[in-house]
Design a protein around this ligand. Structure first.
Ligand SMILES: Cc1cc2nc3c(=O)[nH]c(=O)nc-3n(C[C@H](O)[C@H](O)[C@H](O)COP(=O)(O)OP(=O)(O)OC[C@H]3O[C@@H](n4cnc5c(N)ncnc54)[C@H](O)[C@@H]3O)c2cc1C
Length: 284
């Protein structure tokens, strides 16, 4: 299917983008990499009258170290983030997740900010952002606010982003010396959206877990933190009893849906499998 007709304007600055948002309101959509938006237009799931292309706004694709955090511009494309030596060193969980996003051609266009704004519950970066306790920098004509990832994802493709806001950057705390991380996903083929996945990071000192973050994708209507599992792990070692208790607790936190990949019960089983593998990897 082809998209319905729409107009297109390329904004040269944030100011111009905000002017256009004011002018067109609900009829406008921000265009970043276009890798999700164009598909939704072609399937006629969205029928905006105008696309506001933000790709030429200067400086929004930079990756910069800023004291104890790494700041990724919203327009940084997946390939650029994957190739960044700073990301590999200071946010290795992101590097580990990126090759699982779609295929190279899509990673060459898709952006970090676009993935966060689109908020697909099966996408990797929203869950990675939760596990890293990242924050999103949101700008409108009225100013800038910074929202933690945990407060951003509200439901199925639903976020706290206001109609007049643009995601400017993603702020990621850099990994600490005593932290370890792991990332796993199960999909039918490399590059497919995940059936289920986990992004995890936390402290592991003398074999004891603390401040763990277990974030799941494909496990509900949004990326989810398994808080009950995290509470069980706090101050514990990796033992068969602890892992069993964690696995059992997942049904309290995760809420997978039946879909073409299989029933919710299968996904819950797979969530337990990848959780125990992830915790074994983190504590090894
Ligand atoms: C075949 C295929 C397979 C894919 N597989 C995967 C996968 O396995 N995992 C995965 O995570 N993704 C996958 N994707 C999606 C891909 O990662 C996209 O890059 C991403 O979801 C959206 O980024 P984008 O820059 O292309 O955003 P766009 O498509 O341009 O925009 C998406 C939405 O976000 C809004 N938006 C974009 N940027 C901003 C911003 N800075 N501020 C405010 N709103 C904004 C747009 O208005 C739009 O509503 C796949 C896509 C395709 C086509």
């Amino acid at each position: 299917m082809k998209s319905p007709p729409f107009s297109y304007i390329r904004a040269e600055s944030l100011e111009q983008a905000f002017d256009l948002i004011d002018q067109y309101g609900e009829e406008a959509r921000i265009l970043a990499g276009g890798q999700s938006l164009m598909a939704t237009l072609n399937m006629r799931l969205s029928t905006p009258k105008i696309l506001i292309d933000i790709n030429k706004i200067g400086g929004m694709d930079q990756i910069k170290l800023d004291n104890d955090k790494i700041v990724v511009g919203a327009l940084a494309r997946h390939t650029k983030v994957a190739n960044s030596s700073d990301i590999k060193k200071y946010a290795p969980l992101v590097s580990k997740a990126l090759p699982h996003i779609a295929h190279q051609a899509i990673r060459n266009r898709g952006t970090f900010g676009g993935s966060i704004a689109f908020a697909d519950p099966a996408a990797e970066l929203p869950a990675v952002s939760l596990a890293l306790e990242a924050s999103f920098v949101l700008q409108s004509r009225n100013g800038i606010r910074t929202l933690p990832a945990k407060d951003f994802f509200l439901g199925l493709f639903d976020t706290a982003l206001k109609k007049d806001e643009i995601i400017i950057a993603i702020e990621i705390p850099i990994i600490k010396d005593d932290e370890n991380y792991s990332f796993m996903e199960l999909s039918r083929r490399q590059g497919d959206y995940a059936i289920i996945g986990i992004a995890a990071q936390g402290n592991i000192k003398s074999g004891i877990f603390s401040n763990m973050r277990l974030a799941y994708f494909g496990a509900g209507d949004r990326p989810l933190i398994a808080q009950n599992a995290i509470n069980i792990l706090e101050g514990e070692r990796h033992t068969a009893e602890v892992i069993k208790a964690v696995e059992e607790s997942l049904s309290l936190d995760l809420d997978p849906m039946d879909d073409l990949n299989g029933p919710a019960s299968m996904k819950m089983h797979l969530a337990r499998v990848i959780t125990s593998r992830t915790l074994a990897e983190i504590s090894a």
